[in-house]
Design a protein around this ligand. Structure first.
Ligand code: GLN
Length: 513
């Protein structure tokens, strides 16, 4: 299709046909994700081997903290997005977020339990400011209706995954060769590099006047006698110990069969937030007209499907990393933390072929409508877990399965991701009434947050009880493969249901593809 470029933007410097600013944002986000995924590759093994080393239920504790961290790191984006819209603007938010995340990564290099929880909290608060704003920033580079926007986002998604591919390889290697804190330290350097890229973009004027604080001057207004621009960073830092407290309260509040059962504080908070969001959406739907109501209902549905998908997909940094370390024969190939790079590697390889597939199918009017893509995405996730489940049949005498299964598993899961994640993001904007589109974007980010609650639940179910650093082989094999089989069944079941419901969902979507 011919590109339509707003005449006003023609004067802006471009590179490869895209606004120059895209490339600064590309590298800033590449490095930020480098730090995020470099750290994530080490996180579970670091908790199991160092932080909770002495506990018999160290897997359980790790699963619980990992879930709370993941949920909060995505939920904070809703707050960070809002503060940016109303007060700070995107540029300041990205700086504030980047600095807080860098501090987090460097504090993580200190081997101490208190430092550990504080570090994760710095990353949670920092990510809340950084992630949503850099994504929205990309959107502002293109005027409404500019056909380059989609390919701009594809390029940006590549940056995300280049970071996600390289970081686990490098940080995992450093951690295994020189020690954990070198791995975490490199993640911190990555984040600082991201900030330098962003800063140089501003210095070179590639963003024009985008991302400045809102014109209402709220950034200079006082709150309790202190200007917002000073107060917000102060409050953000003060939030850190509070979040660290939440993360460290990973123990269940009750015992099985009691009211709270296996729930910790963060689990309860997310349940309440989930109910509140559904109630609010119910209220909005009640008020909306019939067409809006139908579309909004579909937006909610696809967010729920996405949550199920991420709930299984995000096991990669937790249960699948443990499985890789305990039951996959990685000898001479890579370390267990480095297997975290496989998803991004496949995304880099497959993103362009999959988007070309949609374009080609569109030409013949065969491009499947969104619900079908979602159904297939869930089916692919199911098959990918089925591959891991059957890998157990080929275990060698030490209970280790061939690496090829893990590679194939990530291949299928990554195709599933490409069928859902980029498609869903753009559909949410198309399906939501304009007045609540920002709120729906927040709900979309929250789908990742809620997914981590699923990850935590599964992680606790598959927790192995042992203080032995070398636990693995046949001691753990069937725990994992039985679990993967169950996940495969749920995901396949969900996929089939979505496909069966697709003709109806399609009707509700009206003119939205
Ligand atoms: N891999 C993507 C990213 O890092 C999406 C991850 C998610 O939303 N769970 O941006």
């Amino acid at each position: 299709m011919e590109n339509t470029v707003n005449p006003a933007l023609k004067e802006e410097p471009t590179l490869f046909g895209h606004p120059k600013g895209l490339f600064y944002l590309f590298f800033a986000e590449l490095w930020e994700r480098f730090s995020f995924y470099g750290m994530r590759a080490l996180l579970t093994l670091y908790m199991v081997d160092v932080i909770f080393e002495a506990l018999v239920d160290r897997d359980y504790a790790t699963a619980a903290v990992y879930a709370s961290y993941g949920s909060l790191v995505y939920a904070s984006t809703v707050v960070g997005g809002r503060i940016s819209d109303k007060i700070l603007g995107m540029r300041n938010s990205i700086f504030l977020g980047g600095i807080l995340m860098s501090i987090g990564h460097f504090v993580l290099a200190i081997e101490n339990n208190m430092a550990f929880f504080l570090a994760l909290s710095f990353i949670i608060v920092g990510n809340g400011y950084f992630k949503p704003n850099i994504s929205t920033f990309v959107g502002t580079l293109y005027p409404d209706g500019d056909t380059r926007k989609d390919s701009g986002f594809t390029i940006f998604y590549m940056g995300i995954n280049i970071g996600g591919w390289v970081a686990p390889l490098l940080c995992g290697w450093l951690a295994a060769t020189y020690g954990w804190h070198y791995g975490f330290g490199l993640a911190g350097i990555g984040m600082l590099s991201g900030l330098i890229f962003f800063w140089s973009g501003i210095k070179n004027g590639v963003f024009g006047d985008r991302g400045l604080p809102p014109a209402n001057g709220s950034i200079d207004q006082p709150f309790l006698g202190v200007k917002n621009k000073v107060m917000i960073p102060i409050l953000s830092v003060l939030a850190v110990p509070a979040i660290a407290f939440l993360l460290s309260s990973y123990k269940a509040l009750g015992t099985e069969g009691t009211f709270f059962g296996d729930q910790n504080i963060v689990n309860i908070i997310f349940k309440l937030v989930g109910v509140a969001i559904l109630a609010y959406l119910g209220y909005i739907m009640f008020q909306a007209n019939a067409d809006e109501r139908k579309k909004l209902f579909v937006a909610v549905l696809i967010t729920v499907f996405m949550t199920i998908f991420w709930g299984f997909h995000e096991l990669s940094g937790s249960v699948i990393t443990l499985f890789a370390s305990r039951n996959v024969d990685l000898d001479g190939i890579m370390s267990a933390s480095q297997t975290n790079s496989l998803n991004s590697m496949w995304i880099i390889i497959l993103a362009i072929p999959v988007s070309m597939l949609w374009t080609r199918l569109s030409k013949n009017n065969l491009n499947p409508r969104t619900p079908y893509k979602f159904g297939m995405g869930l089916l692919l996730a199911g098959i990918s877990f089925y591959v891991l489940a059957i890998s157990g049949n080929t275990a060698n005498e030490s209970g280790m399965v061939p690496f090829t299964y893990l590679l194939l598993m990530y291949f299928l899961l990554s195709i599933g991701e490409l069928f859902m994640s980029p498609v869903g993001l753009s559909k949410i904007t198309d399906l939501s009434p304009k007045r609540i589109v920002a709120f729906m974007m927040g709900v979309w980010f929250l789908s990742s947050a809620f997914a981590f609650q699923v990850v935590g639940f599964i992680g606790k179910q598959l927790a192995v009880e042992s203080t032995d650093k070398n636990v693995g082989g046949f001691e753990t094999l069937t725990i994992y493969t039985d679990g993967f089989l169950l996940i495969a069944k749920y995901s396949l079941g969900a996929g089939v249901l979505v496909l069966l419901a697709s003709p109806f969902i399609k009707k509700l979507m009206g003119n939205v593809h």
